[in-house]
Ligand binder design. Structure first.
Ligand SMILES: [Fe+2]
Ligand SMILES: [Fe+2]
Length: 385
């Protein structure tokens, strides 16, 4: 394929298709609608973009559970993976790190205390409640413990779909593989002290509920971290639209969050999140409450619609057109992640308003009056009918 063909979007498959039609004596311009749709079907069908995360089989550990959606379970989600984690009161997601991904989290229920260490030796401990977000850069060591009195539930999103929460670097896994004489030299205890340690990764241990006032770190270091890992997204002032509102946290608001942008979107009953796309990022959605119907546009005559309920996940590829129709009698709340620290979108209303009227008229065959009625500014979220 020449560069010019690439620019014109003509694939080798298009050329072969056109050649075979010509050979059969059918001019491309004379294709019947049935032939045209057969041509459209010659492109790969769109990949499945829905996954039922909360219906997945959980990994059960002594102090809690986790359900996961990475490329193994949900092949389209190459750039982001999700985990729904629950910790019992006192449950401890043990000390660990992720070699391949940064971790972003949104608290749905309960209370969690997290500790995290950065490569410069600065550490931080913070408590998280519903609406709060944390971000741990790739490789930073961290641990989470549920403060009670109820179970904690949070959604984790990782900026790499090939990552697996079940395959992270956990402290008990490492210690179980290390000879006692090395542990004795490194950790300053007699070899016998390591005999009762777990023989494999414990993953989520069952501990005691930590004290309400955080203890000092063992090294007494009171230097606060220069880049806090906590952002109170739920407490942020929303951007309001006719049909709902959203709260957006990009790197601008949360400097440590260098690889992702998070959004909590609330759609009123009957609302429509308008037709748009994101030039710079894939979009990962988790339905917190309420229902919606999502339609994606994948070019070459391809579109796909799926309906989503609480606990289900959608994945929309970078640059794919899409819209979200709220359905059902309860408002809909969606957690949305992008794998880019800068938020970008282009909506159809913004685009059409930024073109000359005669060009829009020619493109659609609209009259001048019809063109005059098209929106002149973005809707964001359109009000219910
Ligand atoms: Fe983690
Ligand atoms: Fe979107």
């Amino acid at each position: 394929m020449s560069n010019d063909d690439k620019k014109n979007g003509i694939s080798r498959r298009d050329l072969l298709g056109a050649a075979s039609l010509t050979a059969a004596g059918i001019a491309t311009s004379m294709m019947s609608p049935a032939t045209a749709s057969a041509e459209a079907k010659s492109h790969e069908p769109l990949a499945k973009f829905k996954f039922d995360l909360e219906a997945a089989k959980p990994r059960v550990a002594p102090g809690g559970t986790a359900k996961e959606a990475n490329v193994e379970q949900f092949p389209i989600s190459e750039s982001m993976a999700g985990v729904s984690m629950r910790l019992n009161p006192g449950g401890l997601r043990e000390l660990h790190w992720h070699a391949l991904a940064a971790e972003w989290a949104f608290m749905l229920k309960g209370n969690v205390r997290a500790t995290v260490i950065a490569p410069n030796g600065q550490a931080e401990s913070a408590d998280f409640s519903p609406g709060d977000v944390w971000y741990f850069p790739k490789g930073h060591g961290h641990a989470l413990q549920c403060l009670g009195p109820e179970e904690a539930h949070f959604i984790l999103v990782f900026d790499n779909g090939h990552f697996s929460e079940y395959g992270t670097f956990s402290i008990t896994d490492w210690l179980a593989l290390t000879p006692p004489h090395v542990l004795a030299r490194n950790l300053n205890l007699p070899q016998a002290a390591f005999a009762p340690l777990p023989k494999e990764e414990i993953y989520i241990a069952q501990g005691k509920i930590p004290p309400a006032i955080p203890e000092e770190f063992r090294n007494g270091n009171t230097n606060t971290n220069q880049f806090p890992h906590k952002f109170r997204l739920g407490a942020m002032k929303p951007i309001r639209f006719p049909g709902g509102e959203e709260r957006i946290v990009s790197q601008r608001e949360f400097p440590i969050q260098t690889t992702m942008t998070g959004v909590v979107q609330d759609l009123n009953v009957g609302a429509l999140r308008e037709m748009h796309w994101h030039p710079n990022a894939d979009e990962w959605q988790y339905y917190i409450s309420g229902k919606a119907r999502v339609t994606i546009f994948g070019a070459h005559g391809r579109a796909m619609t799926e309906e989503f309920s609480p606990g289900q996940v959608a994945f929309i590829k970078q640059g794919f057109g899409h819209y979200v129709e709220q359905v059902g009698s309860e408002p809909t709340r969606i957690l949305v992640l992008f794998n880019h620290p800068v938020y970008e979108e282009i909506s159809i209303s913004t685009w059409l308003s930024a073109n000359p009227p005669s060009m829009i008229a020619d493109n659609f065959g609209f009259s001048k009056d019809q063109v005059a009625q098209l929106p002149k500014s973005p809707f964001g979220i359109v009000k219910g009918e």
